[in-house]
Design a protein around this ligand. Structure first.
Ligand code: NDP
Ligand code: X2W
Length: 342
């Protein structure tokens, strides 16, 4: 099987990461590569790490350029995917790495984004209950946000086992690549190096409704989420520290058993041995999620900590994993759980 793939937004971080993974995918042939302000530029000047594609020239992001492929990855800014996707045939697998098609509730979309809500596509988080079935054979996939990936996977076993109150408190550190490659003053080296800073505090982050959307059906009731991201001086990685009040009668053994059950057969999600804690460096460039959970009996809280690479499992790896499932390919094809360390 040869799957012909186009990538829109190939000059950006998410587009570059999906190309890095696709170059190692045995069933994929890389077709059109598009950009916006960088259309006409050689990819080698923009993504020098993608050596086999260095001589490829970026085209403009148009339906004509993207036509004729089996799969189109859209790695575009929020609000830009829907119009492009609408021009692609229903027989094409379109994988949106932006936020346009993630949220079910238009009011949530309106509150955090801006352009009209484009509707909801099957959600590319296979590890959720029913997640794989939703993707099999699908021609449209919405890849989750990076923080919702890390947080949902850290907390859902506690809710699936009915161990936690429907309120979660999350503080998550992220590297700067999560904000994309476009120049922004707060991402300048002199602003970021040697400093850790919060943002989107007090319900202001657009990933909060996505986390609520993911966790509430599993809990069987609406889960409230207090989410605080912090920007830390690293290029890649998310470390999400998530906690929820435990329901009466919860024990450390019950918490451990819930997580062991949830992740026993997952190829990419690894519950660490007791006493080990996740670190972002262990998952650099890999599609792995590393999780540890503890029961804090003194505060009666469940604490779950996850580490992902925001560009890999948090975007491009999750996208390739979802593509594999949609096309009926082995889920792990082209993906690694081996990190780059130190
Ligand atoms: N970075 C991350 O960790 C994650 C990113 N994502 C999502 O992936 C998408 C891309 O993010 P990221 O790669 O970080 O962003 P970048 O800013 O690094 O890249 C954006 C890409 O979109 C292109 N582009 C910009 N404006 C337009 C436009 N109006 N029409 C068409 N193309 C346009 C740019 O082209 P050019 O450079 O030529 O102008 C570039 O290729 C976003 O929706 C983001 O939310 C999702 C999860 C994690
Ligand atoms: C550091 C930083 O700014 N991170 C981004 C997360 C981006 C991401 O990965 O998610 P999306 O796909 O929804 O853009 C943020 O907090 O908005």
């Amino acid at each position: 099987m040869v799957v012909r793939v186009a990538v829109a937004g190939a000059s950006g971080y998410a587009g570059g990461e999906v190309l890095r993974l696709l170059l190692s995918h045995p069933e994929v042939e890389i077709g059109a590569l598009t950009g916006n302000s960088n259309a006409g530029q050689l990819l080698g000047s923009l993504q020098p790490h993608l050596a086999p594609l260095a001589g490829r020239t970026l085209a403009a992001t148009t339906p004509e350029v993207l036509a004729g492929h089996d799969v189109v990855f859209l790695a575009l800014p929020h609000g830009q995917s829907a119009a492009v996707a609408a021009e692609l045939g229903e027989d094409v697998l379109v994988i949106d790495m932006g936020a346009d098609h993630r949220l079910k509730d238009s009011a949530d979309w309106d509150a955090f984004y801006g352009a009209p809500h484009a509707g909801t596509w099957p959600y590319g988080l296979p590890e959720l209950p029913g997640g794989r079935a939703a993707l099999e054979g699908s021609k449209r996939i919405a890849v989750p946000g990076c923080f919702p990936t890390a947080v949902t996977l850290a907390l859902f076993p506690a809710y699936a086992a009915q161990l936690a109150e429907p309120e979660a408190v999350i503080v998550a550190a992220t590297g700067t690549s999560g904000a994309g490659k476009a120049l922004k003053p707060h991402l300048l080296g002199s602003e970021v190096m040697g400093s850790v800073s919060p943002y989107g505090v007090g319900g202001g982050h657009r990933h909060t409704p996505e986390m609520v959307q993911n966790l509430s059906p599993i809990a069987g009731q609406k889960v409230s989420v207090s989410f605080t991201p912090t920007l830390v001086p690293m290029s890649r990685g998310i470390l999400a520290t998530c906690s929820a009040k435990a329901l009466p009668g919860t024990t450390a053994d019950a918490v451990r058993a819930a997580y062991e059950k949830a992740y026993a057969d997952e190829p990419f999600v690894h519950l660490l041995p007791e006493g080990q804690w996740p670190a972002t460096s262990s998952v650099h460039g890999s599609n792995a999620v590393r999780i540890q959970v503890a029961y804090d009996g003194s505060a009666q809280r469940i604490i779950a900590i996850s580490a992902i690479d925001n560009l890999t499992k948090g975007t491009a790896g999750g996208a390739v994993q979802s593509m594999n499932i949609a096309l009926g390919l082995p889920e792990e094809l082209g993906l690694s759980t081996i990190g780059v360390a130190p």
